[in-house]
Design a protein around this ligand. Sequence first.
Ligand code: SAM
Length: 224
Amino acid sequence: MRIDIITCLPDLFEGPLTQSIVKRSISKGLVELKIHNLRDYSSNKHLNVDDYAFGGGAGMVLMIEPIDKCISKLKAEREYDEIIYLTPDGETYNQGIANQLSLKKNFILLCGHYKGVDQRVRDHLITKEVSIGDYVLSGGELAAMVLTDSLIRLVPGVLNDETSALSDSFQDNLLAPPVYTRPSDYKGWKVPEVLTSGHEANIDSWRQEQALKQTKERRPDLLQ
Ligand code: SAM
């Protein structure tokens, strides 16, 4: 999988995407992740990438030209399955969308800023619009990190235990069952006996029951 992220704040990506599973997936050669600074595509001597909104009103708008130049350069180098704009009015992201996207290969993620991007970017350059929830962030960078992290963990070979992504919440429309580790008794708070019994079939059915119970209690909507 290759993910190209277009942003006017590239330094924001240095922490979260250079650690842990994302870092390992890149060093294993399973994922390529490239961050593109929108300002490198500015034709303006001050490297501006935004301008006032036509019609007036508060807030700047990201201009189409640098975005078009960056996307065109990337598209000339390889084919992209999706060019995704992160936006609060996009389709709300969930595990189902993550699963579908994870079957594809190359993505561009475009991060907006200020009031957003010139509408012509959305009309002519983007193939999909995704929101990470009904709230407004200052920029698309955190949303791009959310998509990147959730997609990368689904790439075969990225997680050490291949099955662990499959037993996470939202796979099969269920929440994950509770998990415990040592000690089995802490201050009298005991781990359910079945988990230390060594009886695999019983452990599996306990986990199934618990997943169903959690889902009924917390997210009954997932069962409909
Ligand atoms: N004016 C826009 C609106 O009201 O829909 C909000 C712009 S927001 C301040 C700046 C940028 O943050 C957006 O262009 C988008 O890229 C990103 N963003 C904000 N909230 C988001 C969300 N919930 N999901 C995905 N991206 C989001």
